[in-house]
Every structure is written in structure tokens, then in C-alpha cells.
Design a protein around this ligand. Structure first.
Ligand code: HEC
Ligand code: HEC
Length: 286
């Protein structure tokens, strides 16, 4: 893989131990075919203006056991959350006496491919919306129900269920709507800004050191196409903003709030970086 720009490894990075330069391991040459039927796009040509030639799914950086677990939906522990999401979809909640299904019907049709094109510009809110924010809007305005608190188990299950309706669909967001381009710019700035006591940017790990080992973890390009993702380490579903916050915490910087302008801008930019990769939700990661 060719890099157009190689950032110098920060001194701080040494403190947390990137592998020596020869500890780079290539992503595997393997195909992700869910249940032997549905092939995912796990590597594809990068969009114009991307620092890499090729964008790669995080799946290619995981162990054979983890990869196998994602490829078999009977083994994938996150499929339980998809089922739970389907239940919530059909359950009446709130003062209006409605469920999601009351308005949207069968999610297999109404939500097909929807998740692959988020974040999306929301004109009323004057900012990009991800699926979590859209769901909360529907709960508040259309159901007269309480919006979910960040990372409520039902929020994760419902978002997992909605994203799963795009399984296999290449990610692609529309930057021509509203002010999406300026949010993309802001996200890009943040991606390259070093923060925290360790003075690391997202790019220090996921661009300059992608493919290397950090502790026992094989660093990927940090793509978002598998979220919400099942993490074996946590034995739980992890939302995208939880993952962003975790990565920022690892630089020992203050973590922005979930759905803050900072994390929404990062979501827009990082989603664009994975343009063309299949939605794998629910992915399985370490
Ligand atoms: C009373 C009807 C109603 C209910 C109930 C409702 N929604 Fe919606 N939903 C809408 C309408 C209308 C839109 C499109 C306009 C908008 O953005 O508000 C929408 C938009 C959406 C979208 C974006 C679709 C796209 O193509 O971008 C998602 C996702 C969504 N709703 C999920 C849900 C979920 C999940 C629930 C249950 C928690 C729910 N909605 C409940 C009416 C409803
Ligand atoms: C200190 C190094 C480090 C920094 C800095 C860092 N990350 Fe990560 N990140 C990791 C590691 C390790 C993982 C887990 C292995 C992997 O997929 O790369 C990870 C995983 C991810 C994933 C999940 C990838 C997948 O396939 O599931 C995303 C998304 C991500 N990071 C985004 C970011 C963003 C955005 C930033 C900047 C705000 C950032 N990371 C900063 C180390 C870092």
C-alpha cells in the first residue's frame, strides 16, 4: 500500500508502543462472504483526494477466528441485537401510541440501504444527522416518546437493526447537500490534529501506522462500515461515537460528547474515507 504522506511517529507514540517498523503485517488476502452467500466489498479503490490508493475494511486486520465469527451469522453474537432491534421496531411506545412500524412498515423494505448513506444533511436541524439522531427525532416528534440516552441498549439494538438492512451495500454519503462539505472539512482538520498527552491524531495511528501492531492490536485504517460493532473484548455492542471516544481517550485527551459537533464532523469525514466499502453491520472486532 502506498502512502502519499507519512507522518513522523510522535514521541508519545513510542510510550504506548507501536511495533518496530518491521512489525508491519499485511492485511489478509481473504474474502468475507456472509453465510457463504453474500460477498462483502472489503477492499476498494479510494475516492479522489484520499491519502491511500485503496480503502480496506477492518475485517481484513482481524484474526482468523474473529473473521470466521463475522462470516457466519449463527456464530455472530451481534445477531441477537439485530433480533432485539426488530422487536423494538414493532413495539408501541410513547404518548402517540405508535411503533416505528406504524409509519415505516416492513424495515426490510423501508430501511433497505438507508444506513449506507448516513450521515445525511438535516435541513431542519442545520447539521448532519446520523441514524441515532434521526431515530431520536422520530421518537420525540413522531411518537411523543423520550429520545434515547446515548448508548442505551435499545438505541444500539435499533441502530444495529437499521444498519443491518444495508448489509453489503457500499457506503456513500452525499456531500453536496446543505453544508456537508464544511462539516467534512472540519472533520478532516480534527482527523489530523494531534491531541492529548500522547500528542497523537487519528492519522498518527490509522494512516501513518495502519498495518502495524500497537500492543497486541493490528491497526486498521479505522473505517466505520461495521458499526455498531460487536467487540469481543467488551462482550457487547459498541456504537461509533463510543469507539471514537475510546480512541481519543487512548491519546489521553479530553473526550468530546457523543453527537457533539466534533464527533459528528469526524463521523462525516471518516465515513467518507470508507467510501465504497460494504456495510458489515453487525461486524465483529477484537
Ligand atoms: C408518525 C410516523 C413516524 C413514526 C412513528 C416513526 N417515524 Fe421515522 N420518519 C417519519 C417521517 C415522516 C420521516 C421522514 C421525514 C423526517 O425526516 O422526519 C422519517 C424518517 C426516518 C428515517 C430516515 C429515513 C431516510 O430515508 O433517511 C429513519 C431511519 C427513521 N425514520 C427511523 C424511525 C424509527 C427507528 C422509528 C421508531 C423508533 C420511527 N422512525 C418512527 C415518520 C415516523
Ligand atoms: C493510539 C492509536 C489510535 C489513535 C490515535 C486512534 N485510534 Fe482508532 N483504533 C485504534 C486501535 C488499536 C483500534 C482497534 C484496531 C483497529 O481496527 O485499528 C482502533 C479502531 C478504530 C475504529 C474501528 C475500526 C473497525 O474496523 O472496527 C475506528 C472507526 C477508529 N479507530 C477511529 C478513530 C478515530 C476517528 C480517531 C481519532 C479521533 C482514532 N481512531 C484515533 C487506535 C487508535
Amino acid at each position: 500500500m502506498k502512502l502519499k504522506s507519512i507522518l513522523p511517529v510522535a514521541l508519545g507514540a513510542l510510550a504506548i508502543g507501536f511495533g518496530a517498523s518491521d512489525l508491519r503485517a499485511e492485511p489478509v488476502d481473504d474474502k468475507l462472504i456472509i453465510d457463504g452467500e453474500k460477498e462483502m466489498i472489503t477492499r476498494t479503490k479510494a475516492p479522489e483526494g484520499h491519502p491511500f490508493d485503496e480503502v480496506l475494511s477492518g475485517w481484513l486486520f482481524r484474526t482468523p477466528e474473529t473473521r470466521a465469527m463475522e462470516a457466519d451469522s449463527f456464530q455472530n453474537p451481534a445477531m441477537l441485537y439485530v433480533e432485539r432491534g426488530a422487536e423494538i421496531w414493532n413495539t408501541v411506545d410513547g404518548a402517540a401510541g405508535k411503533s416505528c412500524a406504524s409509519c415505516h412498515g416492513d424495515a426490510a423494505e423501508s430501511m433497505k440501504n438507508v444506513g449506507a448513506h448516513y450521515p445525511k444533511w438535516n435541513a431542519a436541524a442545520g447539521k448532519p444527522y446520523n441514524i441515532e439522531l434521526q431515530v431520536n427525532d422520530c421518537r420525540a416528534k413522531n411518537m411523543q416518546a423520550e429520545p434515547y440516552k446515548f448508548d442505551h441498549a435499545d438505541q444500539k439494538a435499533l441502530v444495529t437493526f437499521i444498519k443491518h438492512q444495508s448489509l453489503g451495500t457500499p457506503m456513500g454519503i452525499d456531500l453536496s447537500q446543505g453544508e456537508m462539505k464544511s462539516w467534512w472539512e472540519k472533520g478532516k482538520d480534527l482527523y489530523y490534529t494531534r491531541t492529548g498527552q500522547l500528542n497523537l491524531a487519528c492519522a498518527s495511528c490509522h494512516e501513518a501506522n495502519a498495518g502495524k501492531y500497537i500492543r497486541a492490536d493490528h491497526l486498521s485504517q479505522g473505517n466505520v462500515n461495521g458499526f455498531p460493532t460487536y467487540r469481543l473484548k467488551q462482550a457487547n455492542m459498541v456504537s461509533l461515537h463510543n469507539r471514537f471516544r475510546g480512541c481519543i481517550r487512548d491519546t489521553r485527551a479530553e473526550q468530546p460528547k457523543a453527537f457533539s459537533d466534533e464527533l459528528m464532523a469526524l463521523e462525516v469525514y471518516v465515513t467518507w474515507r470508507g467510501t465504497g466499502l460494504s456495510i458489515e453491520t453487525p461486524a465483529v472486532r477484537q
